[in-house]
Design a protein around this ligand. Sequence first.
Ligand code: FUB
Length: 313
Amino acid sequence: RKTLPFLLTSALLASTAAHAQNPLFTDVFTADPAAMVDGDTVYLYTGHDEAPNNNVFFEMHDWLAFSTKDMKTWTPHGPILKAIDFKWATGQAWAAHMIKRNDKYYFFVTVRHDDTHPGFAIGVAVADSPLGPFKDAIGHALLTNDMTTQTPNDWDDIDPAIFIDDDGQAYMFFGNLVPKYVKLKDNMTELDGDIKVVDLKNYTEASWVHKHGDNYYYSYACEFPEKICYAMSKNVNGPWEYKGILNEIAGNSETNHQSIIDFKGQSYFIYHTGAVPPQNGQESGGRFRRSVAVDELHYNEDGTIKRIIMTTE
Ligand code: FUB
């Protein structure tokens, strides 16, 4: 039960913080945040947890979109795409990533493939606007499970994270247990060259690559239950030097999944937590009932990142 001092402190923090109160959304469960800055707006794409209480696994059918111009007031835009909008997929709308290129918006997603390629796969949808309408850009998966040549892990092609380097070359980072990356062609719908393995300490999933100043950062969920760890490099191709933990397991969600953005002079760490009490008619959060939260992210002078202070802790 929350006490008056707790509520007053929360209200004060919410009024002085550079972002909205956490969790960001209390009428829907959201997970796997993928934020994209586009001009004066942040678009936030999330998975949509719909598991009933005590369910034993994820129940995720579509991806949701939200936007803000000040990180405080968020506008919900509802579902932008369903997993089964990819005709070759059977469901499981897992982690996704949006990226803009040549005035088009490419939404890279994790879905479960049909029996022709059992296991998870990565697909791409495209639209002329950040809020869609989106359609399958290829008509088949960009990357499917190949049990003959890869480690027999049918989750290995999940959690795409797209990064476009200063020279215009696009890369897709992805993977479960083994982090991998591959170049993308300019059309964003074809792989360009071999898939390479990245050397990262304790990698589990949830790749995210960004650049700040002259440094490249690879953040990822590490261990299990998951924390977010990160490594730094002077080159997108590595080598990556392990730098430590950004946040501990957030609430009781077991998974952890982050976006890192710079927006209007402030850096933000966006993640999900399971520690959401019943509110607004919702049941409580948990492993398969996660909620997206945001906190400030601060860099040290040497480019390393300070440990995130989570308001949800
Ligand atoms: O939301 C389903 C899966 O859980 C994601 O793909 C992983 O990153 C983990 O958050």
